[in-house]
Design a protein around this ligand. Structure first.
Ligand code: GDP
Ligand code: MG
Length: 737
């Protein structure tokens, strides 16, 4: 047998688990991940009365369903690792809500001790809690503690150890779920016990409940273990579901949640909680909420705060983003000087340095954004935002918290979908989260702006602000509608029943904020950094190979030679002249001619490249939206990063490399080119807004959604949608113009 006992710390997020964990283990801790997932696992050791204890800080959860990764991880740990005792850290100042999880531990039949934490906060709000009575009602020890000052730690560990060493097993707690469910549960329980169906891991009644809640993980396990019993159970569930649907217009899962809350409510009614004389005085949090979630003031303040976050992220990160750009610009310069002209140089500069630089360039932005979000989250404000917007967003199959992700992605124009997709982590409901992260890239990120600016300058110069405003609205409309579409097709299923809770406001600590920020930023670097290099090189190769045939290289060489021999003196002067020496008129002219030939060569090479051939090949289809091969190549390149669209158009129109920030002659060239019209420009803008997200975002989607499937889906779905919209614009527009 193991000589040390395992103690798991579980509880709602922010109930003080980590604080208690630190109080118990001091410096003897180890941070890692749970196998196969990115959920953090903190472990440590401590001694109590000469007993050696292995302490694990479980992820915070509100429930033990399989809705979120955290819940699955916590639940799996409890049933598979079977800690000798689980300490449920309960926020005493929020007792009723916290007991929801406690009840589920009890139903799971694991050995539990309840730590009534934050007694100090409860006291300051004039609440006193009868721990003995609560212990009596729940049948487990309840120990008041203050994790922050280690008060009650010894008593807690005494209680935990006596539970851990108790010989007889804890009986799973049973509550009534009403007649309909109860009879189904006992029928299922009998079936489960008789077949020993999953009984090694879960109590029979618990499995029955999970079947009724249609818990994905358990359903899958059940089918693997014993398809026959699983089939029978599923049939019973179908029947009950139908019955409950017709009689009560609800579903078992919701009914189960109702009964749990009802049970807790009933416990609370038994004088568990006493409030002092001015018991109906408003608590600090309630007072703030009176203002912050006020019907009229609330949304206004919210908008200001969100704009503030946005400003903070994008304005203050500008300087460090500039440093990053300079660093990679400098590296590019070094490579430019150090390497001989040719493929290797092109690979190192355009493939490696630009690709990695593109990813690392986001790092400061992400740090600032996560810092801002950490403030909103740790203070408790984020929950209010979600609360206020929930009703509107639900119409589109999203969640109130989705707004954060949209805004960060460029909802007000000029964000970035990389942090936007990562910001969906604050959403606890998986379907809404998926819908959010798939639609966030529809916002007008900072990389789309140069493309829009270019096209607007070329074709709608007079109505710039108005066009931008309309495009912003369009982005929101398409994102919301797309989400609605996804939620009724590929991401179907009931919305997760989600208790909209308003945790009390807290003053965050700087240390906590910095740690949160760094953890998330590091995850981005580690995750995005690995795949990006490969894709960046791939896109580079597509735009470089197979290059020009020897024949056409010779042709261009001949043209150059011819230009030189036509003006031998000017050629001589040009060769002798230093970098930016003043040239005579003739030499200047020759230089321009030569550069023109170089640009023509680059254009021809691009057209001949894989990307160019794809572009030409696609012309047949893309002409429906008004795009020619040049635009197509630019769009292929735009998959690397949307800014590339501008520079690639420059090359395709023989203007040489065009800086996205300073488009120079490009708008005029486009406006004067025969294939272009305001309608084509509009169609292209629409396409660029909605087609496949850039690959950094795709990588993030893959990581956040947990499968390549969703990355591939977003590329295909977005491109098809964008193309349909662009064709609609071009074809319908054509009828009117
Ligand atoms: P976790 O999410 O459960 O790990 O919660 P943390 O341990 O990170 O605690 C959340 C916040 O509550 C932190 O700001 C803690 O300092 C604070 N906190 C934890 N325990 C107590 C307590 O007993 N009293 C008070 N006043 N604050 C506490
Ligand atoms: Mg924690």
């Amino acid at each position: 047998m193991n000589d040390s006992l395992t103690v798991a710390l579980a509880g709602n997020p922010n109930s003080g688990k980590t604080t208690m964990f630190n109080a118990l283990t001091g410096a003897r801790q180890h941070v890692g991940n749970y196998p196969g997932v990115t959920v953090e696992k903190k472990e440590g050791h401590c001694e109590h009365n000469s007993d050696k204890l292995h302490v694990v800080d479980l992820p915070g959860t509100y429930s033990l369903t399989a809705y979120s990764l955290e819940e699955v991880v916590a639940r799996d740990f409890l049933v598979h690792e079977r800690p000798e005792v689980t300490i449920d850290i309960v926020d005493a100042s929020n007792l009723e809500r916290n007991l929801y999880l406690a009840l589920q531990f009890l139903e799971l039949g694991i050995p539990v001790v309840i730590a009534l934490n934050m007694i100090d906060v409860a006291k300051s709000r004039g609440m006193s809690i009868d721990a003995d009575k609560l212990s009596e009602l729940l049948g487990v020890p309840v120990v008041p503690v203050v994790a922050r000052s280690s008060k009650g730690k010894t008593e807690l560990m005494d209680a935990a150890l006596s539970v851990a060493k108790k010989q007889q097993k804890q009986q799973p707690f049973e509550i009534s779920y009403g007649e309909d469910l109860d009879s189904a549960i006992s029928e299922m329980k009998a079936l489960i016990s008789k077949a020993h169906f999953l009984t090694d891991t879960y109590p029979a009644r618990w499995t029955a409940l999970k079947y009724l809640e249609e818990d994905k993980q358990i359903l899958e396990k059940g089918r693997e273990t014993d398809p026959q019993v699983a089939g029978k159970l599923e049939k019973i569930v179908e029947r009950v579901k139908h019955h409950i649907n017709t009689t009560m217009d609800t579903y078992p899962e919701a009914l189960i949640a109702d009964h749990r809350y009802g049970y807790i409510h009933a416990i609370m009614k038994q004088d568990i909680l006493q409030r002092d004389d001015n018991s109906d005085r408003m608590y600090f949090s309630d007072m703030i909420d009176k203002v912050l979630t006020n019907r009229i003031l609330g949304p206004v303040i919210m908008l200001l705060i969100l704009m503030g976050l946005y400003q903070f992220t994008f304005t203050y990160s500008e300087v460090p983003v500039g440093w990053c750009e300079s660093l990679f610009g400098w590296l590019g310069g070094v490579a430019d000087v150090a390497l001989p002209d040719g493929l290797l140089k092109s690979l190192v500069i355009s493939g490696v340095i630009d690709g990695v630089g593109g990813v690392m360039g986001f790092v400061p932005l992400i740090m600032f954004m996560f810092f801002g979000i950490a403030i909103l989250e740790d203070t408790g404000y984020l929950a209010r935002v979600a609360f206020m917007l929930d009703r509107v967003f639900r119409i589109f199959g999203l969640h109130g918290s989705s707004v954060m992700s949209y805004i960060v992605s460029g909802g007000i124009a000029g964000g970035c979908a990389v942090p936007g997709v990562m910001a969906t982590r604050t959403l606890r409901s998986p379907r809404e989260r998926l819908a959010t992260l798939l639609t966030a890239p529809f916002m007008n990120c900072g990389a789309k702006l140069p493309v829009m600016a270019l096209l607007i300058a070329a074709f709608f110069a007079k109505h710039e602000a108005f066009v931008m405003f309309v495009l912003t609205l369009l982005a929101w409309a398409v994102a919301l509608m797309a989400s609605r579409l996804l939620r009724s097709t590929v991401i179907t299923g009931e919305s997760t029943p989600f208790v909209m809770e308003l945790p009390p406001y807290r003053l965050p600590t700087m240390r906590g904020l910095l740690i949160h920020t760094w953890e998330r930023t590091w995850q981005y670097i580690r995750k995005a950094g690995t795949v990006i290099l490969g894709i960046s090189i791939l896109v580079w190769a597509m735009m470089t190979f197979p290059g020009l045939s020897d024949e056409s290289v010779q042709q261009f060489d001949q043209q150059r030679k011819a230009a030189r021999t036509a003006q031998p003196e000017a050629a001589q002067e040009l060769d002798a002249a230093a970098e930016d020496a003043e040239l005579s008129a003739a030499a200047g002219e020759l230089q321009e001619t030569l550069e023109g030939i170089d640009r023509k060569e680059a254009e021809t090479a691009l057209r001949n490249s894989v990307a160019g051939r794809v572009g030409t090949f696609l012309e047949g289809v893309s002409s429906l939206a008004g795009f020619d091969w040049r635009t197509n190549i630019a769009l292929v390149g735009g998959f690397a990063a949307k800014e590339v669209i501008v520079s690639t158009l420059g090359t395709a129109y023989s203007l040489g490399e065009v800086d996205p920030e300073e488009t120079g002659a490009l708008p005029d060239t486009l406006a004067a080119s025969p294939g272009w019209s305001p309608l084509v420009a509009l169609s292209l803008i629409v396409f660029v807004m909605f087609y496949a997200p850039c690959f950094v975002v795709v990588v993030c989607i893959v990581r956040e959604a947990g499968s390549w499937k969703w990355g591939a889906f977003s590329m295909v779905f977005n491109t098809v949608l964008a193309f349909a919209l662009a064709v609609a614009v071009y074809q319908l527009g054509g009828l009117f113009v």
